[in-house]
Design a protein. Structure first.
Length: 174
């Protein structure tokens, strides 16, 4: 029969083990972040580092030639081998507007929200007044998720259910 004291000692030990495991995981992510930052910065503009809702560290970076803008994200769990884990692809339509062409990557990780935040910040730094985009028929099987995502990021949404199409529009609050 276990005494009450042994039970609590084991519970404390478990907490210590969990803390050690979390520390080791964080230490690994920081090491990987350093290595990934070095590689990404060789060919891309690093916009920042952020944390997902699961407290995973990610590096956000961009390619922007004045015509096309891609905001990309790479997690710090894996080595950077020249490929992003998530991206928003957009193009400049004029001096004041950028149009989202596509959002690519794993869903429900928080990556889209992080990239959208950085896209909006990047657009403002480029004196862009509007971000637009289209919703097309291929989006219709997950339109509720897209509407939720864009509303969460303060976009206006106009849907045409008959034609399975729509438009999104964002203007920064002044």
């Amino acid at each position: 029969m276990l005494s009450g004291r042994s039970f609590f000692e084991r519970k404390e030990d478990k907490k210590k083990e969990e803390i050690i495991e979390e520390f080791e995981e964080l230490e690994f992510q920081v090491y990987r972040m350093k290595e990934n930052l070095r590689e990404i910065a060789k060919s891309h503009q690093v916009l920042g580092i952020d944390q997902t809702k699961e407290e995973k560290w990610v590096i956000v970076y961009a390619v922007d030639d004045g015509n096309i803008c891609r905001i990309m994200l790479h997690d710090c769990d894996s080595p950077y081998l020249g490929k992003w884990d998530f991206s928003i692809h957009a193009q400049y339509t004029d001096d004041f507007m950028i149009h989202i062409d596509d959002i690519r990557g794993q869903e429900n990780c928080g990556y889209g929200s992080i990239c959208m935040k950085f896209l909006k910040e990047h657009a403002l730094e480029q004196n862009i007044s509007f971000i637009t985009g289209d919703l097309v028929e291929r989006d219709w099987d997950h339109i509720d998720r897209l509407v939720h995502f864009y509303k969460k990021h303060q976009f206006q949404i106009k849907l045409e259910n008959d034609s399975c199409s729509g438009e999104i529009y964002w203007k920064p609050a002044i």
